[in-house]
Design a protein around this ligand. Structure first.
Ligand SMILES: C[S@@+](CC[C@H](N)C(=O)[O-])C[C@H]1O[C@@H](n2cnc3c(N)ncnc32)[C@H](O)[C@@H]1O
Length: 477
C-alpha cells in the first residue's frame, strides 16, 4: 500500500503558505524527519511538526506546508536526503483525480507561467521504471486534459521545470501495476546531494578503515546545525572525515585521537595495494584539497577520556563523533594495569600505558565532556552501536543537562545496528558530581559489543570487570 497523504496535502494554498512536495532519495530513510526538523530549526523555518507523524519512511514523497518558496529553497540548500522540492500543483490517487485537482486548483500565477515560460516536464516513477513511450503519453494526456501549456517546450534550458511523479508503493513491480498516488508540480530546488559525490572518502589522500562515508558525515553536520564561524570538535577524529562537511559549512574544526601512528600517517594504509602511507597524508591536507584549510583548527594526539587539557569550559558549538566500538581492535585509553613509578628522567619521553576502554564508559565520558565543554544550546551528535534484540530507548546514555533531540537507526545486519543520537545541551556547566552522565541500563548485557557483533557464544566470552575493562581478553583483530 502506498503511504497515505498527510492531511490538507492537496490544497495548494493553505493558511500556512504554500504546499510543497518533498521528493526524498531512497537512502538513509530513518533519518528524514530528524534532518528536516534540524534544518528547519537552524534556519528558523516554521515547519508544521504535527504533520511529520505522517512521514512514512517507505515512501519518498512527503507533502509539507511552508510559508514561502524561500523557506523551501533554504531547506533544500542543506539537505542531503531530499532529492528535490516541488511546489505541489495537484495530487490524485489516479491520473483522472490528479487532472480534476489541477483543473480546480489552477490560479492566475499558474496560468501566467503556463502561457509565458518555456518549460519541460519530467515523468518519474517510484518502484517502477517507466518506458519512454509511456512517459510521453502521460505528458500528452496531462497537457490535453488538465493543463494546456502554451509556452515553448525547451528540454535543455527551460524557464520552468515540472514533475509528474507516480508512486507505485510497495506492490510488486509487475508490468500491469498502477500508481497509487500521482503528483504534479513545479520544481523549486534540488537538495544538496551533489556534495555527497564531491566529498566522497575515496577521493581523499588520507583515509582509514573507519572513515565515515560522506553522506553520513554531511548528515551529522546537519543534525548538529553546523554553521559559519562555529567551533566543532571530533574527540575520536581518526582521519577527520566528520570534520570535512563541518569545514565545508565554514565552521572551524578540531580533533583528538589516541592513535599517534594514524594521525602521523605512519599506520598501515587501508587502501588495497598501498604499501606505505605518504608523509603528506593528513587531515589538514585533506581539508586543503577542498580549499578548506582556513577552517583547520588543530588535531592533537590525546585521550578522549581525559579532559584536563582544555582550560576553558563551554568552548565548542558542536561535538560530532563516531567513537570506537571495539570491533576491529579494542578501544584504548590511558591507564595502568599495574602501578609504575617513574624517575623524573624517565618521565620525559615516557609513553603512557593504555588499558581497554569499555564502550559504556566511552559514552559516559563523552556526555560528561559535552556537558563541560559544549556551549549551552550546542549539539552533540554521535553513533551508538546496539544489539537490536536488546535495544530499548532507555539504553541511550543520558545526562540531566542533555536533551535527546533525535535518535535514528542505521541497520548493519539482522542483529546489529547503530543509532545516530543527537542531544542538545540545556543547562550551563557547574561543578557538581550529581550532574554526571548516567547509563541506567547495561545495553551490552555485561558482555562487549564485539562479542555481540560476532555472535560469540556466552561460554566463550571473557568476563567483564566492574570497571568495564577486560584486561585478560585477547586483542581483537
Ligand atoms: C570509529 S574511529 C573514528 C573514525 C573517524 N570518524 C574517521 O573519519 O576516520 C574511532 C577512533 O577513535 C580513536 N580512539 C580510540 N580510543 C580513543 C581514546 N581513548 N581517545 C581518543 N581517541 C580514541 C581510534 O584511534 C579511532 O581512530
Amino acid at each position: 500500500m502506498a503511504a497515505p497523504m498527510n492531511s490538507n496535502a492537496s490544497s495548494l494554498q493553505c493558511k500556512h503558505g504554500k504546499t510543497y512536495l518533498l521528493y526524498f532519495a531512497n537512502h538513509h530513510t530513518d533519518f528524514r524527519v530528524a534532518e528536516l526538523v534540524a534544518l528547519a530549526d537552524m534556519f528558523g523555518i516554521d515547519l508544521p511538526v504535527a504533520d511529520l507523524k505522517f512521514l512514512d519512511k517507505e515512501c519518498p514523497f512527503f507533502v509539507v506546508h511552508l510559508s514561502s518558496e524561500a523557506d523551501a529553497k533554504q531547506l533544500a540548500s542543506r539537505s542531503v536526503l531530499i532529492k528535490s522540492i516541488i511546489e505541489l500543483w495537484g495530487h490524485g490517487i489516479t491520473h483522472e483525480d490528479l487532472f480534476e485537482d489541477l483543473r480546480k486548483s489552477k490560479d492566475s500565477v499558474m496560468s501566467h507561467l503556463m502561457d509565458t515560460a518555456s518549460f519541460k516536464i519530467v515523468v518519474d516513477g517510484f518502484n517502477k521504471s517507466l518506458p519512454q513511450k509511456y512517459k510521453v503519453q502521460r505528458i500528452e494526456r496531462l497537457t490535453e486534459d488538465a493543463l494546456p501549456f502554451s509556452g515553448k517546450i525547451d528540454l535543455k534550458n527551460p524557464d520552468q521545470l515540472y514533475y509528474l511523479l507516480e508512486d507505485y508503493g510497495k506492490q510488486s513491480k509487475n508490468a500491469d501495476s498502477v500508481p497509487q498516488h500521482v503528483y504534479f508540480g513545479r520544481w523549486i530546488a534540488d537538495g544538496n546531494r551533489n556534495e555527497i559525490q564531491n566529498q566522497e572518502v575515496n577521493k581523499r589522500s588520507f583515509i582509514g578503515n573507519t572513515s565515515m562515508e560522506a553522506s553520513l558525515s554531511l548528515l551529522m553536520a546537519n543534525l548538529s546545525k553546523v554553521q559559519k564561524n562555529m567551533l566543532v570538535i571530533d574527540p575520536f577524529v581518526g582521519t577527520g572525515s566528520i570534520l570535512v562537511p563541518c569545514a565545508y559549512h565554514q565552521a572551524y574544526v578540531m580533533g583528538t585521537d589516541i592513535n599517534y601512528l594514524l594521525l602521523h600517517a605512519k599506520a598501515k594504509p587501508s587502501r588495497h595495494k598501498q604499501k606505505t602511507r605518504s608523509p603528506d597524508e593528513s587531515i589538514r591536507n585533506n581539508l586543503a584539497g577542498y580549499g578548506l584549510e582556513a577552517y583547520y583548527g588543530d588535531i592533537m594526539v590525546a585521550d578522549a577520556s581525559r579532559h584536563a587539557m582544555w582550560r576553558t569550559t563551554e568552548i565548542f558549538d558542536a561535538i560530532i563523533t563516531d567513537p570506537p566500538y571495539g570491533i576491529r581492535e579494542g578501544a584504548k585509553k590511558v591507564g595502568k594495569e599495574e602501578a609504575v613509578t617513574l624517575t623524573p628522567d624517565q618521565r620525559v619521553d615516557h609513553i603512557p600505558q593504555k588499558v581497554e576502554y569499555d564502550l559504556s564508559n566511552i559514552f559516559t565520558d563523552l556526555l560528561n565532556f559535552a556537558y563541560k565543554f559544549l556551549r549551552t544550546g550546542g549539539r552533540l551528535t554521535y553513533w551508538f552501536p546496539v544489539h537490536r534484540a536488546n535495544y530499548k530507548e532507555e539504553n541511550i546514555p543520558h545526562h540531566p543537562s542533555m536533551r535527546l533531540v533525535s535518535n535514528c537507526e542505521q541497520t548493519m545486519n539482522l542483529r546489529i545496528s547503530r543509532r545516530l543520537i543527537t542531544m542538545e545541551k540545556i543547562q550551563q556547566y557547574r561543578e557538581d558530581e550529581s550532574l554526571a552522565s548516567q547509563t541506567h541500563v547495561d545495553h551490552y548485557l555485561n558482555s562487549s559489543f564485539r562479542n555481540m557483533y560476532f555472535n560469540v557464544p556466552e561460554n566463550q566470552q571473557k568476563s567483564v570487570t566492574t570497571e568495564g575493562n577486560t584486561p585478560d581478553s585477547k586483542k581483537p583483530p
